[in-house]
Design a protein around this ligand. Structure first.
Ligand SMILES: O=c1ccn([C@@H]2O[C@H](COP(=O)(O)OP(=O)(O)O[C@H]3O[C@H](CO)[C@@H](O)[C@H](O)[C@H]3O)[C@@H](O)[C@H]2O)c(=O)[nH]1
Ligand SMILES: [Mn+2]
Length: 848
């Protein structure tokens, strides 16, 4: 028996030493044909352009020139998009090995602490119930309780959010033990109770049905309480809000209020109904004063980084939008399989999970799911330097946010030196020289020193000693200098500065909660970031409303790698704007963010050469910055078919047989690339097609406006605003999909649609007039026009709405624009040789 035991023990030891994750390359039978067709497409493209450039259309030179310019642009943007997909990978994690190594039963868990960030700003658009669900899913996460802290940032300084959070903390006392006892998923009650599956499947506890029923009632009561709070908040009393204790709510003036922090739950804040400890929950509303730039979400995140450093200082952070709840309670463990891996982990700045969504209409009309991006592009990036950061559902290494370079990979021992101690020594020296110290022996030394001097008012002094390697009596002085340097970078909080030096997290044990809270208020004051590196080199980076791209980009430039993790059960789920106008506005905001980056010093076209950014990774960042500009050629290209049909001209001369081969070949290549891409990625054809459609819809509306707004910002200094997307509550299914809101964004696509319709009608009636032989050339043009109409089809559906009634204003505008254009073309006829008569004059449906 003892033998068996020890064998068992040995295999388990062995198991614990195994890597925690594995790269799963795409099978070569799937990826190689794909690569081959890419190369072929590139060659065909060469021949295609050779033909296009060498064969101008003499009687419609302008048409030809514009179309060729557009095609060249499209080809370039294809290259930018295509090559980062050369080496896609997938990954597999081993949660059991993680537990064996760090989380053995009966022993204190060695898993690293994690701070959770939730951002919310406007309770009228982001219902408190949604935020509450997110918070509940965090508090109930499958992770050691004492290692979880949840920070909620309220940028709207709303008493409603505060009170809802207070209610949530009470409800959590019942909800969390229920989740853990029965191991339910997801742990956001709204979504849990909404599941339409057999909830008794694989449940064995006899008490489950009873407890579930009781819990459901509790949740309904909780919901009613939240709804009551929301109802109460509809009408602001004249003297502003008053808190329960009678004092005025400090956030009554949203733009001018002090910083607010309230700690719920946690060690001293009450236990759950079964007497177990609960994670800490902290409400944070950073100080706002007029005259300060608050940097929207990025600013809120940076405030949370500092508050959490002072209060819990976990070495890892997870950030979530208020509507993105944890759908897989093991998600954090998944991330730890990378972060805590001794081999892979050290160079990883973040683990990004794909964004998945609830409540999207079955056909996903506006490509909200973004499947092509999340299941194709991001997997491709993971094979290079890692996925880009998408703003939510991402676990960060705290140190990577502090603007350090990634640790250098250990050099293999030099061949000439074969004596172990010497190698060891040289290696150590080498590490000493490197700026950042992450290697094991170092860390331990640091830690030891830190603990020795923990009573010292400023532990950084001790650390300064190692940092600079100054011996003996100068230690103190050098330490002070170093500390000053760090304060210049991180701001004037010695507690915060000290915390940044603790690579493995942890806080000063001897500091009193009151003094820590005071420090926490200090670090969220609005002047705190003045003259520091916040938002420039550290934390979330400022300068764009898509702070996510910038933040991830900076880290990759520092040589870090990121990891893309797709657990079978989606890790997080959020909501997406369902109706056309909201969706277009969201896409407008993203595109505008990209244009902002394009004009900033962080433009990936010229920023960060010679750093750690890999070549193909840069490609992808360039792609994500320049894509709004594609809207201009796209708009032109979508107008072309209408013009062709109205004028009777075309963008190519009459095709010879040889030439048509290149056209056909190119089409076939494009088609096959699509098919093969779907094959290796598992993306379904309708998702892929939606993506193509929305690329055109967004392109000719949101992206176009983004370019102009971006230019306005650069030229006239008009600042951009962050309009948060409304997160629907729990109203009628998909009613949102059909709501119609007027926005100027609708004008260009509607006009395009009308133009092309008019073109088709004009073309066909003309062919009817002119007899049989004119049908041949018409075919190409009609095909071209249909291409545009088919792409814009979901848009048309959105316009028409459920009642099949398009708002008059859209029609009026578009008819106006379309008729102006068509009249112009007929009158001026820039592309028409003089000999041809105007077309429209003889056309009309009564002519046959
Ligand atoms: O001043 C602000 C503005 C916004 N937010 C928060 O930012 C998040 C994202 O806003 P949302 O309107 O939901 O934008 P989406 O377009 O849905 O978000 C995607 O795109 C954003 C970049 O534009 C990223 O920041 C998000 O993480 C990402 O999910 C929400 O939690 C907001 O509460 C703030 O905290 N403060
Ligand atoms: Mn959102």
């Amino acid at each position: 028996m003892s033998l068996k035991c020890s064998v068992n023990f040995l295999t388990r030891m062995d198991e614990a030493r195994q890597p925690l994750s594995r790269k799963v390359p795409i099978p070569s039978s799937r990826i190689n044909p794909y690569r081959m067709i890419i190369v072929i497409r590139l060659v065909v493209l060469g021949f295609f352009f050779h033909y296009r450039v060498m064969h101008p259309v003499n009687d419609a030179f302008a048409l030809w020139l514009i179309s060729v310019i557009c095609e060249i642009w499209f080809a370039m943007s294809w290259i930018l998009d295509q090559f980062p997909k050369w080496l896609p990978i997938e990954r597999e994690t081993y949660l059991d090995r993680l537990s064996l190594r760090f989380d053995k039963e009966g022993r204190p868990s060695q898993l690293a602490p994690v701070d959770f960030f939730v951002s919310t700003v406007d309770p009228s658009k982001e219902p408190p119930l949604v935020t509450a669900n997110t918070v509940l899913s965090i508090l109930a996460v499958d992770y050691p309780v004492e290692k979880v802290s949840c920070y909620v940032s309220d940028d709207g300084a709303a008493m409603l959010t505060f009170e809802a959070l207070s209610e949530t903390s009470e409800f959590a006392k019942k909800w969390v033990p229920f989740c853990k006892k029965f191991n339910i998923e997801p742990r956001a009650p709204e979504w849990y109770f909404q599941q339409k599956i057999d909830y008794l499947k694989d449940k064995v506890a006899a008490s489950f049905v009873r407890d579930r029923r009781a819990m459901k009632r509790e949740y309904e009561e909780f919901k009613v309480r939240i709804n009551a709070l929301v109802a109460k908040a509809q009408k602001v009393p004249e003297e502003g809000w008053t808190m329960q204790d009678g004092s005025p709510w400090p956030g009554n003036n949203v733009r001018d209020h002090p910083g607010m922090i309230q700690v719920f739950l946690g060690q001293s804040g009450g236990h759950d109904v079964e007497g177990n400890e609960l994670p800490r929950l902290v409400y944070v509303s950073r100080e706002k004063r007029p005259g300060y730039n608050h940097h929207k979400k990025a600013g809120a995140m940076n405030a949370l980084v500092r508050v959490s450093a002072v209060l819990s200082n976990a070495p890892y952070l997870l950030n979530l939008d208020c509507d993105h709840y944890i759908n897989n309670s093991k998600a954090i463990k998944e991330a730890m399989c990378f972060m805590m891996d001794p081999l892979v982990g050290k160079k990883v700045c973040y683990v990004q999970f794909p964004q998945r969504f609830d409540g999207i209409d079955r056909h996903d009309r506006y490509a909200n799911r973004n499947v092509v991006f999340f299941d194709i592009n991001m997997k491709g990036l993971d094979g290079i330097q890692g996925p880009i950061y998408v703003g939510t559902g991402c676990v960060f290494r705290r140190q990577a946010l502090y603007g350090y370079d990634a640790p250098k990979t250990k050099k293999p021992p030099s061949r000439t030196c074969n004596c172990w101690p010497k190698w060891c020594l040289s290696c150590f020296c080498c590490r000493n020289k490197s700026k950042k110290k992450t290697t094991k022996p170092k860390t331990e030394k640091k830690k030891r020193l830190f603990f020795k001097k923990a009573e010292n008012p400023s532990p950084a002094y001790a650390l300064g000693e190692i940092e600079e390697g100054v011996p003996g009596a100068d230690v103190e002085k050098a330490g002070i200098v170093n500390h000053q340097k760090l304060e210049k970078k991180f701001g004037q909080s010695s507690v915060f500065v000290a915390s940044t030096l603790l690579e493995n997290g942890g806080t000063l044990k001897d500091a009193s909660p009151a003094s820590l809270l005071k420090e926490a208020i200090h670090v969220i004051s609005c002047g705190y970031e003045d003259k520091t590196d916040w938002g420039k080199e550290i934390g979330w980076i400022y300068g764009s409303i898509t702070e996510d791209i910038l933040t991830g980009f900076k880290m990759h430039c520092h040589g870090w790698r990121s990891i893309y993790c797709i657990p079978k059960r989606p890790a997080f789920k959020g909501s997406a704007p369902l109706n056309l106008s909201d969706r277009l506005h969201q896409v407008l905001r993203w595109a505008l963010g990209s244009v902002e980056i394009f004009f900033s010093k962080h433009c990936p076209l010229w920023y960060g050469y010679g750093g750690g950014l890999k070549f193909l990774e840069r490609f992808s960042y360039i792609n994500s910055i320049v894509y709004p500009w594609t809207s201009i050629p796209l708009l032109a290209y979508c107008t072309l078919p209408a013009i062709c049909l109205l004028t009777g001209k075309f963008i190519t001369p009459e095709l010879t047989n040889a030439a048509s081969i290149w056209f056909m070949a190119l089409f076939i290549c494009i088609f096959i690339t699509g098919i093969l891409e779907m094959r290796w990625s598992g993306v379904a054809i309708d998702d892929w097609w939606r993506n193509e459609q929305f690329w055109v819809i967004g392109g000719v509306s949101s992206h176009l406006f983004a370019v102009f707004q971006g230019l306005l910002k650069v030229l006239a200094g008009i600042d951009t605003s962050f309009t948060v997307t409304s997160k629907g509550g729990d109203d009628e299914e998909f009613s949102e999909l059909y709501t119609f809101k007027w926005t100027t964004l609708l004008i260009p696509p509607t006009t395009l649609l009308l133009l092309n319709f008019i073109g088709v009608v004009a073309g066909i009636s003309n062919a009817i007039n002119n007899g049989y032989e004119s049908w041949g050339p018409l075919f190409g043009k009609l095909f071209f026009a249909f291409w545009v109409i088919v792409h814009l089809y979901p848009f048309l559906k959105g316009l028409v709405g459920r009642q099949n009634r398009t708002p008059t204003i859209v029609i009026v505008w578009s008819i106006l624009l379309a008729s102006i254009f068509s009249l112009l073309w007929v009158r001026i006829d820039p592309f028409l040789a003089k000999s041809d008569g105007p077309l429209l004059e003889e056309c009309g449906l009564d002519c046959n």
